[in-house]
Design a binder for this molecule. Structure first.
Ligand code: PLP
Length: 381
């Protein structure tokens, strides 16, 4: 059987990796400035993470959610402590799309309504193709086919108000920093007003922190820059450092009942130990401080890059906007400079999402390489 060919692939096969370095089958080392879509948080093959996973698989890797699994409670406790959301409740699943699917389902149960407000260029996963379009503006999913979604421009609070006033909205879902869509952000004024309006009209405010969470923005959650408290927070990606795990953190006023949500694999022993050891490393190695400081250093150094129009994002969730499409630049960065970077729906944006362990030395290497490709090889100039 051949593979279903849905991904255009670079001709590189990583077979080994450590910290910010990925090694291909020919022994070539690459600097990972992309972390496999913001997934690698504590660095590839972190020794603590590897040790904990090995110890766990030798004991038990999986049993169903019909029996007790104290690793889930240990994970919930640690996550509550580090994120500042001690009083919230945790439901575990396997990916970001699933996290959002559960968040929307829960919002619908809680409010008895079904319409959803989302924002142009928002991205929330792909478990349903129903509302995935290719015009690059409305690719929100996993909203199920029956769920009516209204897309609005970010930061247009009056338009949100007009929709909420109609009284049929169960949830507003928003990324604090847009990922795939291209690093646009709501302002603090917008998020604060959004929170107030959701309370006023009884809609659930869902912050999709799948990409921006777990320290990537320089705070545990990126919405914490705005002083708001969402009703539901969705999480995944950096949570497992490559082990598939996702979840939603649910405010105390949303009460559970049996059968409301469910999953076969979610919260299994291996996934829990992966996420728990990620949190332990984030804490012991002060990775959130490192993210903030290294992000600041990146910003100070990147200003010298020729042709750069704009730098977007926070911490180590960054986008470099050029006045040309970056696909050629990305190819040169991989094949000539041996550095992984990312693209976005905005084809002029180079996305930077390295492991949170990265330091100044690697940033200097990246800046030098980018300079080489732009100036020496004259890509885009
Ligand atoms: N939400 C956001 C903000 C994302 O960036 C992504 C993936 O890129 C998802 C949800 C979907 O996550 P997954 O691919 O794990 O289903």
């Amino acid at each position: 059987m051949k593979l279903f060919d849905v991904y255009p692939l670079y001709d590189v096969e990583p077979i080994n990796a450590y910290d910010c370095i990925v090694v291909d089958k020919n022994g070539i080392e690459y600097l990972d400035m992309y972390g496999g879509h913001a997934v690698i948080s504590v660095g590839h093959s972190h020794p603590h993470y590897v040790k904990k996973l090995k110890e766990q698989i030798e004991k038990i890797g999986f049993y169903s959610n019909a029996v007790q699994n104290s690793l889930q409670s240990r994970l919930a406790k640690k996550l509550g402590e580090l994120s500042g959301y001690d009083e919230y409740q945790l439901f575990l699943c396997n990916s970001g799309a699933e996290a959002n699917e559960n968040a929307l389902k829960l919002a619908s149960f809680y409010t008895g309504k079904s319409r959803v407000i989302a924002f142009n260029n928002g991205f929330h996963g792909r478990t349903s193709a129903a509302v995935a379009t290719t015009d690059n503006t409305k690719i929100i999913s996993p909203l199920n086919a029956q769920q009516d979604v209204t897309f609005l421009p970010l930061n247009e609070i009056e338009l949100v108000k007009t929709e909420l006033e109609k009284g049929d909205v169960c949830a507003v879902i928003v990324e604090p920093i847009q990922g795939v869509g291209g690093l646009d952000e709501g302002t603090t004024e917008f998020f604060t007003a959004l929170e107030t309006l959701c309370h006023e009209f009884g809609a659930v405010l869902i912050l999709d922190e799948v990409q921006s969470g777990f320290g990537r923005s320089g705070k545990f959650f990126a919405h914490q820059y705005h002083g708001i408290t969402p009703d539901i927070i969705s999480i995944a990606k950096g949570m497992g450092n490559g082990f598939p795990i996702g979840g939603i953190m649910i405010a105390p006023h949303i009460e559970p009942n049996y059968g409301m949500l469910g999953t076969t694999f979610g919260g299994n022993h291996l996934a829990c130990i992966a996420a728990l050891s990620v949190l332990e490393v984030i804490e012991t190695e002060n990775l959130i401080d490192n993210t903030r400081l290294t992000g600041e250093y990146f910003l100070s150094q990147v200003q010298q890059i020729p042709g750069l129009q704009k730098v977007k994002g926070k911490g180590l969730m960054l986008g470099l906007e050029f006045d040309f499409e970056v696909s050629e630049l990305r190819k040169k960065m991989i094949y000539d400079e041996h550095i992984f970077t990312g693209g976005a729906m905005n084809k002029k944006l180079l996305r930077i999402l390295p492991p949170l362990t990265i330091g100044r030395k690697e940033i200097d290497q990246f800046i030098k390489a980018l300079h080489n490709v732009l100036v020496e090889e004259k890509v885009g100039l």
